[in-house]
Design a protein around this ligand. Structure first.
Ligand code: TXA
Ligand code: MG
Length: 312
């Protein structure tokens, strides 16, 4: 059920969970101040309790309400990238963030979305937690139709049309004396060089540590029902279904589901979840994925999502 902004505000204030648009992906939102509604998000998504949620704020200064010991460089990063598609993991005062939202960790994740409707909601309702609006493990939702596919037509969706970015925020954490990336996302690692003076590396933790620093890396993600066969080399030439690019030739393919042109990784990321969901709509059981693209910038985000989507 599509709803407007005023109804979205009322429902959130009544403690209902609704889907909201952000520029990255749709989120399943509840007020940070309402732990019962937050528990409902976990039930609806069938999300493991150990996987914490991102807190969406109205203003950068709101971070100080929750976070303690702000890491060096945070202010320069938020000045440069908020509102926008980047999330920061920060140490918090546990009294200020319900344990259910942060999987009882001593940290929490914060972001200010760029989307006008999301910003109106946080201004009117206060801080909102919002994981991506998909059933746990499935491709994320970048349109109201995707939300309806997972949660049904009766589920309330604040309609913001298709997401312009279409892939989740990049997540940064300060470890040791450097910022590091715990989830590749809408902003490439290189995008942070101008502010940090270096390109943040991907955080790869030993297992014991990683449940605390990047819990999201432990769960199944983004997977369609179709089996994805990741093709790093040349197109095998068999009559297969292909997830690929308009400016490549796949002679003899049954059908080609396109992520756009090889010149534009932003478009490829933006189309990814619609493309993955369309494989299931078409009832395809196996799809060969063209992974023969550069290992730079946003292509790295695309490759990571495809690798995880291929895991069963
Ligand atoms: O673009 C986005 O980030 C979207 C929109 C809706 O804002 N949200 C999103 O949420 O992708 P979700 O729940 O699908 O992914 C949140 C990620 C998970 O991998 C989770 O483990 C990580 O953030 N996370 C949340 N709190 C954390 C914390 N305290 N420490 C480490 N990772 C955390
Ligand atoms: Mg998600």
């Amino acid at each position: 059920m599509r709803i407007g902004l005023d109804e979205a505000v009322e429902r959130l204030q009544r403690g209902e969970v609704i889907a909201i648009p952000t520029e990255t992906v749709y989120g399943l939102a509840a007020p940070l101040a309402n732990p019962q509604a937050i528990e409902q998000i976990f039930r609806l998504k069938q999300r493991p309790q150990e996987n914490p949620l991102i807190i969406h704020l109205a203003d950068a200064t709101d971070v100080e309400t929750y976070a303690t010991n702000l890491p060096p460089g945070l202010r320069a990063l938020t000045d440069a990238f908020w509102p926008g598609s980047v999330t920061f993991i920060l140490p918090i005062d546990p009294a200020t963030v319900p344990a259910v939202a942060r999987a009882s960790l001593p940290t929490a994740a914060f972001r200010i979305p760029h989307h006008a409707l999301a910003r109106s909601l946080t201004r009117r309702v206060g801080a909102l937690v919002a994981p991506s609006a998909n059933l746990s493990g499935r491709p994320s939702a970048t349109t109201p139709e995707h939300v309806e596919q997972d949660f049904g037509f009766d589920f309330p969706v604040l309609d913001g049309g298709p997401c312009v970015v279409g892939i989740e925020s990049t997540i940064l954490i300060y470890v040791g004396d450097k910022w590091m990336i715990t989830r590749l996302g809408a902003l490439s690692a290189e995008a942070f060089r101008a502010v940090l003076g270096y390109v943040p590396a991907l955080y790869v933790a030993p297992k014991a540590e990683s449940v605390v620093i990047c819990p999201g890396q432990h769960f199944r993600h983004y997977a369609p029902k179709a089996q994805l066969v990741l093709g790093a080399g040349a197109y095998p030439g068999d009559p297969v279904n292909v997830l690929g690019f308009d400016d490549r030739t796949y002679s003899g393919a049954h059908q080609v589901i396109s992520l756009g042109n090889m010149t534009d990784p932003e478009i490829a990321c933006q189309r990814l979840y619609s493309a993955l969901r369309s494989l299931d709509e078409k009832g395809l059981s196996q799809v060969w994925v063209d992974m023969h693209f550069p290992d730079t910038g946003l292509w790295k985000t695309l490759a990571e999502r495809l690798r995880r989507a291929a895991q069963k």
